[in-house]
Design a protein around this ligand. Structure first.
Ligand SMILES: CC(C)(COP(=O)(O)OP(=O)(O)OC[C@H]1O[C@@H](n2cnc3c(N)ncnc32)[C@H](O)[C@@H]1OP(=O)(O)O)[C@@H](O)C(=O)NCCC(=O)NCCS
Length: 198
């Protein structure tokens, strides 16, 4: 993917365009309230495509109005970076990162999540969005970026490792599926502006 445009500078203007497969234009940008229905569609689709997210396929039930409010709240919050990827006018991925804000002693940490629709896996979109979030963290002075990932989610674990994340623990039986089986989650961490602890 080649970077064709970079309007970064203020949060509102954040938008980058890439060429995917030499003929499709991928746009990574901050969502607007008018993206609410497209985002709901994207999230409900991914929830039904993978067992590696926290929600069951019927569990995301925001109305368009609620999603509009959610988008507005995220985009007005300078401690959150919420991005979508758009291909041929369709939202196909979203990714968000935010400071852990509930305690002053946590403010050096950020947590993130990402979901790409299955038809678009393995095209470098997830990694590109992750890199944007990591860059945002570096600009914000975040010292460590953290995430949790289902242990069998090889694609995600491999992508995170290729970006420098490491596994530092396992939450046993983090998820319980409808058929009674369980999945463990790895805790993963990327140290950014801080010295990695011994
Ligand atoms: C995980 C996810 C975000 C990856 O997005 P993506 O756009 O497919 O990722 P990319 O194409 O940028 O990179 C995929 C990486 O997985 C690797 N990969 C692909 N298939 C793989 C497999 N079966 N096993 C291991 N690694 C695999 C690729 O080689 C690539 O790694 P690299 O960058 O080191 O070469 C996407 O699959 C997704 O949204 N899945 C469903 C939701 C989810 O699992 N979210 C993460 C929750 S923690």
């Amino acid at each position: 993917m080649g970077n064709h445009q970079n309007n970064e500078g203020s949060k509102e203007l954040y938008r980058k365009e890439y060429l995917l497969n030499e003929d499709q234009q991928l746009i990574i940008r901050i969502p607007e309230p008018g993206d609410a229905q497209g985002l709901i569609n994207q999230m409900q689709t991914v929830d039904g495509e993978t067992k590696f997210l926290a929600r069951e396929s019927d569990e995301f039930n925001f109305t368009v109005e609620q999603e509009r409010e959610f988008i507005k709240n995220c985009t007005n919050d300078e401690n959150i970076r919420f991005l979508i990827a758009e291909l041929d006018g369709r939202i196909i991925a979203n990714c968000s990162v935010g400071l852990i804000q509930n305690k002053k002693r946590y403010l050096h940490r950020a947590a993130m999540g990402i979901a790409v629709m299955k038809d678009y896996w393995n095209k470098g979109i997830g990694k590109k969005m992750m890199q944007e979030c990591i860059n945002w963290c570096k600009e914000k002075g975040v010292e460590q970026l953290e995430l949790e990932v289902v242990a069998q989610n090889n694609r995600a674990v491999s992508m995170y490792k290729s970006l420098g994340f490491e596994i530092y623990g396992t939450k046993k039986h983090a998820l319980k599926y409808g058929d009674g089986t369980y999945a463990d989650e790895y805790y993963m961490i990327l140290f950014l502006n801080s010295k990695k602890p011994e």
